[in-house]
Design a protein around this ligand. Structure first.
Ligand code: GKR
Ligand code: MG
Length: 431
């Protein structure tokens, strides 16, 4: 039977999703975070869904991108990059040194475009899979595992957003010291079965964070542990922390900012270094790998330009003997399904992937994805194997439409200034 896989409609729905007050080196998460939900419809009636960042700078690119897709084949995944090249990026959008809240290095026009491509690529793969009756992993060459392991993503956090800030409440409670972090880890283990733990650092002085990692090591002997201060430390501080935690860390993630600083840290410690900040594009690989700056690259299909680019990154890492795993930012179930589908196809995935998903109480799916024993089972259903809940989508979109503009751009520093008016995001290592 000949199918008509011509794209006839593309729907873009910006939404605001609830986010708890998670602390990082830039500030604190806003009560609501923007995401963009993409639907691609084909002439034969398949609809594919994708998800990416929802801040205005992404929306501005997604709109002309969507218009250019009409009439193209949903299977033309390479063509998505050609379309991206045609979209002009406003120069003001690339002037920020660090993507606010995203903590993923210098923002460039290419990175912005690739983050948009990824949402469309996932939607096209979902539509194509549904049309052909094949799971996305089959379109990517087939799964090499039946379940993908994730790590618990521990955060210092307040119990609630600051007084006067509207937001959703949750039952996680505050975690502001080693005991609070261990308690949070216990809940993660009880609720989702995670057996490896990552602590987001760069919030408190390094000796306090080091104490929290030691407390985790005592509470969960033998469980892989990571600490990620998002480049908040000097090389000297990073080396001190590495020495103190050498016996308990699986890896140290972005202890210092930028490839040269990471290379200096790597030269002075046996602890492997991971990154989602200094290797975020193919162009950044050569310097990082030839200087030995990183031993594990944490891919994020959103900013690497999609699932197929993630596979290509994994192949380059394999060639150089560098490990690969996955980074995560605030995301919903469509992205978790996409991460799981591609992770299932990567042969040398030796570290549990990161996911923020347990922190997101809301979703746009009819059924949430679940972690069992810390793993997500790889769906063999057509496409991503998830279904959009239109009522939820509409509800979260109405929240976005009602916003006066302040929450439509994720800005962790601005959110922190509500509690601490003097707060400025550090531009040099804090410690
Ligand atoms: O959500 O606060 C956060 C994280 O710090 C996020 O912004 C980072 O991109 O999770 C990320 C990381 O591993 O660096
Ligand atoms: Mg990181």
């Amino acid at each position: 039977m000949t199918r008509n896989l011509t794209i006839t409609d593309v729907r873009l729905t910006p939404i605001l999703v609830a986010d708890p007050p998670l602390l990082n080196t830039q500030g604190v998460h806003q009560p609501y975070t923007p995401r963009l939900i993409i639907e691609v419809v084909t002439a034969d009636g398949s609809t594919g869904i994708g998800e990416t960042y929802g801040d205005t700078k992404y929306l501005e690119l997604a709109r002309p991108f969507a218009a250019r897709l009409i009439g193209r084949q949903v299977s033309d995944l390479n063509g998505l990059f050609t379309v991206a090249d045609e979209i002009a990026v406003d120069a003001n959008r690339v002037s920020e040194a660090i993507d606010v809240g995203g903590l993923r290095g210098v923002q460039t026009a290419d990175k912005l475009r690739l983050s948009v491509v990824s949402g469309f690529e996932v939607a096209c793969l979902d539509a194509l899979g549904k049309a052909l009756g094949l799971p996305v992993h089959a379109l990517l060459g087939g799964k090499v595992r039946d379940a993908v392991e994730y790590s618990a993503y521990l955060f210092y956090r307040w119990a609630d957003h600051p007084e006067g800030v509207a937001g959703e409440r949750d039952d996680w409670g505050a975690a502001l010291d080693p005991a609070g972090i261990v308690e949070q880890a216990r809940k993660f283990k009880e609720r989702y079965g995670f057996t490896s733990f990552k602590l987001k650092g760069g919030v408190f002085p390094p000796d306090e964070e080091t104490a929290a990692v030691h407390a985790l090591a005592r509470a969960f002997p033998g469980h892989p542990l990571r600490l990620d201060p998002n480049g908040a430390w000097s090389v000297a501080t990073a080396l001190t922390v590495a020495e103190e935690l050498a016996d308990v860390l699986e890896y140290l993630e972005d202890p210092a900012l930028g490839t040269p600083a990471m290379a200096q840290v790597a030269a002075g410690t046996q602890v492997p270094l991971a990154t989602n900040m200094c290797v975020t594009t193919f162009a950044e690989i050569q310097e990082a790998f030839t200087t030995g700056a990183v031993q594990v690259v944490l891919s994020d299909h959103h900013y690497w330009g999609g699932l197929r680019n993630t596979q290509q990154l994994a192949a380059v890492c394999r060639t150089f003997g560098v490990g690969v795993s996955m980074h995560s930012n605030t995301h919903l179930g469509i992205s978790l399904a996409a991460m799981t589908q591609v992770a299932a196809t990567v042969p040398d995935l030796h570290h549990a992937c990161d996911s923020h998903y347990p922190w997101q109480p809301e979703d746009v799916l009819t059924e949430r994805l679940t972690f069992t024993g810390g793993k997500v089972v790889v769906s063999d259903a057509p496409g991503l194997g998830v279904e959009l809940d239109r009522d939820r989508l509409e509800f979260l979109h109405r929240r976005w439409a009602a916003d006066d503009g302040t929450l439509r751009e994720r800005d962790d520093a601005a959110a922190m200034r509500v509690a601490d008016p003097e707060w400025v995001t550090p531009t040099v290592p804090r410690w």
